[in-house]
Design a protein around this ligand. Structure first.
Ligand code: IPM
Ligand code: MG
Length: 369
């Protein structure tokens, strides 16, 4: 039995709790059937934490997160908390845990499963076989830059301020993650900036250029963010690894996500820097949100959350074979025609969240036999 892994699960809000329940079954399966054992704490974040502990990111959650080997999160937010003051909204909890754990590297793969190629709004030949990795810097940029806020000017007008800022070391560390990822994939990095307008990104581009010599086996290109948005829908297969700042990454990763047809299929990993003992803070979450419109109905797609757990096995625990097995099981289900509502097509079998979860466990049984 391999060393025990300590997990913190944060189901969060809306469909977060439903897809987490299915993922817990997959975690249990791994625990029983594979060479690993998990001990699991459960914590509060987002709206659930506001209701249960008076704040979107309770101290207790941070304590548990720091003690864990990896965190698995559902989703946060919902109409119930929309009227709260900005600083108290559920999303602050998410941004807070990213910052507190130093999760600067956000990996958002956009992969088109063959069985789902027609779920994309783009033509089949544009997206078939697509496999790109968006690497978004997650703890800097205009998301966290100071000064920020809304002030009232002497003449009564209001002025809103946010600050786009990066330091060269921040660019260098995300740049290195991009080159390392590309080395294990298609050996191409495209760095996305707005160096024709924004000095912050002139600096960004310069840093990327200054480290590329250390990765002679990887090709580096640069692209302006507006062009990148266009290229992502025109010819997405030109990309391998895309690296970009927090805000462009937020926007472009949603764009890339839709190339695949459904947000309900997309996992993500957010990683920090390894400490002296090699331990690396990590949080895994589906790209989709809490989807309040379908919450509580048992119809949400649990696959993005389950695939996020697979990413955890791969990136935090070096269990690539087990991650492959989960990904293979997902593909088999899709090939067999199983669909939740978000990826439903004529002629396929529409199933509920827990039916999809049960089918996945059966598939894992078969693959492990
Ligand atoms: C994301 C989300 C978040 C972000 C929101 C919910 C704060 O859009 O993870 O992409 O902007 O980072
Ligand atoms: Mg986003």
């Amino acid at each position: 039995m391999a060393a025990n892994k300590k997990l913190l699960v944060l189901p969060g809000d809306g469909i977060g709790t439903e897809v987490m329940a299915e993922t817990r079954r997959v975690i249990d399966w791994m625990d029983k059937r594979r060479h690993v054992s998990f001990s699991i704490d459960e914590g509060l974040i987002g709206g659930a934490a506001i209701d249960g502990a008076g704040t979107s990111l309770p101290e207790r959650t941070l304590e548990l997160a720091h003690a864990a080997d990896a965190v698995l999160m559902g989703a946060v937010g919902g109409p119930k908390w929309e009227k709260l003051p900005f600083a108290q909204q559920p999303e602050r909890g998410l941004l807070g845990i990213r910052k507190n754990l130093g999760l600067f590297a956000n990996l958002r793969p956009a992969v088109v499963f063959d069985a789902l190629v027609s779920a994309s709004t783009l033509k089949e030949d544009v997206v078939k076989g697509l496999d790109i990795m968006i690497l978004r810097e997650l703890t800097g940029d205009i998301y966290f830059g100071e000064p920020r806020g809304i002030e009232t000017l002497p003449d009564g007008r209001k002025r809103g301020v946010n600050t786009m800022t990066y330091t060269s070391d921040e660019v260098e560390r995300i740049g290195r993650v991009a080159f390392d990822l590309a080395r294990k994939r298609g050996k191409k990095v495209c760095s996305i900036d707005k160096a024709n307008v924004l000095e912050t990104t002139v600096m960004w581009r310069g840093v990327m250029e200054s480290i590329k010599g250390e990765y002679p086996d990887v090709e580096l290109s640069h692209m302006y963010a507006d062009n990148a948005a266009m290229q992502l829908v025109r010819n997405p297969k030109q990309f391998d690894v895309i690296v970009t700042g927090n805000m462009f990454g937020d926007i472009l990763s949603d764009c890339a996500a839709m190339l695949t047809g459904s947000l309900g299929m997309l996992p993500s990993a957010s990683l920090g820097a390894p400490d002296a003992s090699g331990r690396r803070p990590a949080l895994y979450e589906p790209v989709h949100g809490s989807a309040p419109d379908i919450a509580g109905k048992g119809i949400a797609n649990p696959l993005a959350m389950i695939l996020s757990f697979a990413m955890m096995l791969r990136y935090s625990f070096d269990m690539g074979d087990d991650a492959d097995m989960i990904e293979q099981a997902v593909q088999n289900l899709l090939n067999a025609g199983m669909r939740t509502g978000d990826i439903m097509e004529p002629g396929k079998a529409k199933v509920s969240t827990d039916t999809m979860g049960s089918a996945l466990l059966k598939e894992l049984d078969k693959l492990a036999a």
